[in-house]
Write a protein that binds this ligand. Structure first.
Ligand code: 8OZ
Length: 364
């Protein structure tokens, strides 16, 4: 048995989590017709319910917010009903689960957009990135800049999606402000050249993230709201000249709103932690509630950071894919199974719900 404070219960808003290990949001592209999550997705999350908290895969708040094939939505009654199976299955196993609210902005393709329209973005700047559509990886489509009068509608889509998530039985929601998607596109000046109230200054570029968070809080309460950011990640072709100042400002405002947690991808998403200089401890000091650290952690590093008070919870992504009992394996120091890249995005049960738990020890 490995002894670590990571395995001790933790308080998050109104919830007592069984440990400090969070299953990070992971896109798996297995929604059914109408972008509805089905029984297979419920089984997958239930298998992983020993995580202290599960954050669901990114879930589009509208058709316009979708950027990849077969990702689930949270804007129709059928989607709410599908997600209810997931939350019931996770709760039946004693777990907790938040839904991640997602608008991809410019990281999309005309084939996924309403009436084949171009994807929307703060500015008409095409991202240097690919998306997964029609079963292959293709360049994203050129976006159009959102009109000022359209922005309130996007805030409203987030608000309604948050209400739908609670109706589906989720314990809370996470606003996806990371990885080069819509809110991150507004926040970072590499994607936002607007000259109105949503561009230019740090305050203006933060405005959409803060308006969305405020609308979500009004709907579900600050204690059921988290926000994910990735201040220096180059994911999806995003860049910024002033991430420390930009995200320092955003986090100061999020702290004042009293959200339950801040979830930070430290470094390049799924890549090196030291991709660019950034003072995460300074960010942490600006935020009073729970800080979820993500990216490249192992038990030793997480335990050290926890004991130094630099983070409260730790989100692990890829290890949860091939190890449904990841928490138990960490606890006993068992080896971890490797994931199969060929079945990561799309498909059925293979490489999704068929990764086994550890073999029972002989005589157990
Ligand atoms: C991998 C593939 C597709 C989407 C993210 C939602 O990076 C994603 C994502 C990751 O946040």
């Amino acid at each position: 048995m490995t002894s670590s404070t990571l395995f001790e219960p933790a308080i998050l808003g109104p919830f007592t989590l069984s440990n400090r290990i969070v299953m990070a949001p992971l896109t798996r592209n297995r929604a059914g017709a109408g972008f509805v999550p089905g029984d297979l997705i419920a089984e997958y999350y239930a298998q992983r319910a020993s995580a202290g908290l599960i954050i669901s895969e990114a879930t589009q708040i509208s058709q316009q917010g979708q950027g990849y094939q077969d990702t689930p939505g949270i804007y129709t009654q059928a989607q709410i009903d599908g997600w209810r199976k997931v939350t019931d299955a996770v709760h039946a196993k004693g777990g907790h689960i938040f839904l991640q609210l997602w608008h991809v902005g410019r990281v999309s393709h005309v084939d996924l957009q309403p009436d084949g329209q171009p994807p929307v973005a703060p500015s008409a700047i095409r991202a240097e990135t690919k998306t997964f559509v029609n079963n292959s990886f293709v360049d994203v489509s050129a976006p159009r800049a959102l009109e000022l009068h359209e922005i309130a509608g996007i805030v409203e889509d987030f608000r309604r999606a948050a209400a739908n998530a609670i109706a589906a039985g989720f314990d809370g929601v996470e606003v996806h402000g990371a990885n080069g998607y819509l809110l991150d596109q507004f926040a970072r000046d590499g994607a936002n050249t607007r000259t109105d109230a949503y561009g230019g200054s740090i305050e203006n570029r933060a405005r959409l993230t803060l308006e969305v968070t405020a609308a979500v809080i009004k709907e579900v309460g600050p204690e059921r709201t988290g926000v994910r950011i990735s201040p220096v990640s180059p994911a999806n072709g995003i860049s910024a000249t002033d991430p420390q100042a930009q995200f320092g400002y955003i986090v100061e405002k999020l702290d004042a709103m009293g959200i339950a947690y801040l979830h930070v991808v430290e470094g390049a998403t799924g890549g090196p932690r030291d991709v660019a200089p950034f003072d995460y401890e300074a960010l942490r000091r600006r935020f009073k509630n729970r800080y979820i650290a993500n990216n490249g952690y192992d038990l030793e590093l997480a335990t050290a950071r926890l004991e130094q008070g630099l983070a409260d919870l730790f989100a692990f992504g890829r290890p949860f894919i091939a190890n449904p009992d990841f928490v138990e394996r960490l606890k006993v120091g068992a080896s971890l199974a490797n994931l199969d890249m060929a079945t990561l995005y799309g498909g059925g049960a293979a490489g999704y719900t068929d990764y086994p738990e550890m073999a029972e020890p002989v005589g157990a």
